[in-house]
Design a protein around this ligand. Structure first.
Ligand SMILES: Cc1cc2nc3c(=O)[nH]c(=O)nc-3n(C[C@H](O)[C@H](O)[C@H](O)COP(=O)(O)O)c2cc1C
Ligand code: SF4
Length: 587
């Protein structure tokens, strides 16, 4: 692994991994440890402190020995099946959310989507996903924790995350032969391999849909001695879990796609940036890397080609959705808080350590490997004229058959809904909270870059769903995940959340709808990065497509938005008064 004093100590352990280990050992990151790490990595203590403060999976106060994080996503969230499972577990274990129990045994908190949306309510216990929660399972878990049974000894079926692939198309039905793409690439040379990718029309599968061949070409042509390949496996968009499956079942093809990219651009080092929530996939990914090294598909002189040296390291994130944004991801890889860079320059010319870098999604690298084997025409034969190939979807929400579906581009939303047995559908959210909210009027539209584009998330909302609650959930997600770097997003996402909460609490007026519009425009147009640009999409879509969601919650008369009596609760607590005269409404 490349050594730099930016994020590696003398033993090459990545800064985030060092901090993960300390967090695991002490259940928090003590200030002394921060000083020690700063000395080891020859970094200012302030940088270590800012990293610890930035990532949700690091804390400066101790967590419980069992640290539970309930997903609060609309699909794998604790309230998704109608029960407030977080509340029941807190009651059973006598824990207040956000505070460890007095004996230090357990702490319970919330986290953003953990990518288990096809399995219903889910949580992480010391980083291990426990899926399909229901009241009975919660009662059992409380017993296990109170009896201090180590998680490894919990029922084996609880620790499994089965994958449900409901439909295979171009990529998922092809058997994969390790080395096949590299052999082809070496045979035809770097120029033709790149030309093939360019001719295939492959566009990025991570959401933005940038032309992959062009990205590789720009990186290859940037003048530098060192180039990098990064696989973006941060999959944090709520409702997206297809990369979780691909990383488990198609890791070899993904690693081969990265190696083909390295061959084309002339890189010798690659990284897989794996989201912290998918840490449980690490052993199988490491095994795939080891296997490929033994097979001569990674390391020095790959497939005996003199001078073709390339290896891949896995770096595990620490609970920050923004690190999926490519420049924030690179900052994180460099051992810093994941704050998006000012662009241009783009990573293709100034990426990791300022060097030209290709960042692609997991699925994009798999597609690139398959295109190298089967050719551009094989790929272009599927899909539409401007959206070649197929797309892997993560389908969840109110349908009978949630799971992984692969479709050719150009499929209609209605067909997808029929296939996943979704009936009485009120709306679909495509592309996650950052994507687009569509009503039945749009179900004949197609999934394609030229129509409805998605990184893979396909959330179904039945007629019984309270869409205002969904909007509040999305708004909470963005307010929580905003990195805070720029004011329009930092403040705007909070204001959107507060305004929606006020409307839901019956304190909204028609003026609030105008304010939602204006705020949304500001957040969308004035923010620094893609998170802010897309954070208000759902509000604008909702106001346009489902105005009733908001208007039915409004009060005919002006109601104070600010609950003065409630906000004086702390003053009453300090003065130890809670009599009628201490309340405004009893004056
Ligand atoms: C807030 C935010 C989060 C993102 N999260 C991801 C992600 O989890 N995975 C991903 O591949 N791309 C994500 N992206 C897009 C990346 O910035 C980048 O475009 C992508 O990794 C490029 O790969 P592709 O061309 O193969 O799609 C995100 C973008 C934004 C603005
Ligand atoms: S838009 Fe939001 S996430 Fe992006 S830099 Fe600004 S504050 Fe950070």
């Amino acid at each position: 692994m490349t050594r730099t004093n930016i994020c590696h100590s003398s033993n090459s352990e990545h800064l985030l991994h060092r901090l993960h280990a300390i967090q695991q050992q002490y259940r928090h990151i003590p200030s002394q440890a921060m000083q020690q790490v700063a000395a080891e990595y020859r970094l200012p203590v302030s940088q270590i402190k800012s990293v610890v403060a930035f990532y949700a999976f690091f804390s400066t106060q101790p967590c419980g020995r069992y640290h539970i994080l309930f997903s609060n996503c609309t699909s794998c969230g604790y309230w998704s099946n109608g029960h407030n499972l977080l509340q029941s577990l807190c009651q059973l274990l006598q824990v207040t959310p956000g505070q460890p129990r007095a004996d230090g045994l357990v702490s319970i908190d919330e986290t953003s989507c953990i990518g288990m949306c096809d399995h219903g309510a889910s949580m992480l216990v010391n980083g291990i996903p426990i899926i399909g929660l229901n009241p009975e399972k919660i009662a059992h878990i409380a017993q296990q924790i109170n009896s201090e049974v180590p998680i490894q000894h919990w029922s084996a079926t609880w620790l499994e995350v089965p994958d449900r692939v409901r439909r295979r198309d171009l990529l998922l039905s092809e058997a994969w032969i390790p080395g096949s793409a590299l052999q082809q690439a070496l045979k035809q040379g770097a120029d033709d391999t790149l030309a093939n990718i360019q001719r295939s029309g492959l566009r990025g599968r991570g959401g933005a849909g940038f032309d992959t061949g062009q990205k590789w070409r720009l990186c290859r042509e940037a003048s530098a001695d060192t180039r990098y390949v990064i696989c973006n496996a941060d999959e944090g968009e709520p409702g997206t879990f297809k990369d979780r499956y691909l990383l488990l079942e198609y890791a070899d093809a993904m690693l081969e796609g990265m190696t083909v990219c390295a061959f084309v651009i002339g890189a010798s080092q690659g990284f897989v940036y794996l989201r912290g929530e998918y840490r449980y996939l690490l052993p199988s990914l490491q095994a795939a890397l080891d296997r490929r090294r033994t097979q001569g598909l990674l390391g020095s002189c790959i497939l005996d080609r003199e001078g073709f040296d390339f290896d891949i390291s896995i770096v595990i994130g620490a609970g920050a959705y923004i690190c999926g944004e490519e420049s924030a991801l690179i900052e994180s890889l460099e051992g810093k808080p994941g704050i998006p860079r000012i662009r241009p320059p783009f990573p293709v010319t100034h990426g990791y350590l300022g060097q030209p870098t290709v960042v692609n999604n997991v699925e994009t690298f798999i597609a690139a490997a398959q295109i190298t084997v089967h050719g551009a025409d094989w790929f272009k034969a599927v899909g539409t004229s401007t959206s070649a190939g197929s797309k892997v979807f993560s389908i969840s929400g109110d349908c009978e058959k949630p799971g992984i579906y692969e479709y050719p581009f150009g499929i209609t939303i209605r067909q997808v809904l029929d296939d996943c047995d979704a009936v009485d559908v009120q709306a679909v959210q495509i592309g996650g909270p950052a994507g687009v909210l569509l009503s039945a009027r749009d179900f004949n539209r197609t999934i394609a870059f030229e129509d409805v584009s998605t990184g893979g998330s396909f959330l179904v909302f039945g007629k019984q769903r309270d869409l205002l609650a969904i909007h509040r959930n999305f708004a909470q997600f963005f307010a929580h995940e905003s990195c805070g770097f720029c004011a329009p997003c930092r403040v705007g996402t909070q204001l959107l959340k507060i305004t929606l909460d006020n409307i839901a609490a019956g304190r909204g007026s028609t003026g609030d709808l105008e304010e939602l519009q204006q705020l949304s425009q500001i957040v969308q147009h004035q923010s620094h990065c893609g998170l802010g640009h897309s954070a208000a999409n759902h509000v604008l879509n909702g106001l346009r497509q489902f105005p009733h969601t908001f208007t039915q919650a409004l009060k005919p008369h002006f109601t104070a938005r600010f609950d003065l009596d409630r906000s004086l609760a702390s003053a009453r607590q300090i003065t130890q008064r809670d009599d009628a005269a201490a309340h405004l409404d009893n004056r």
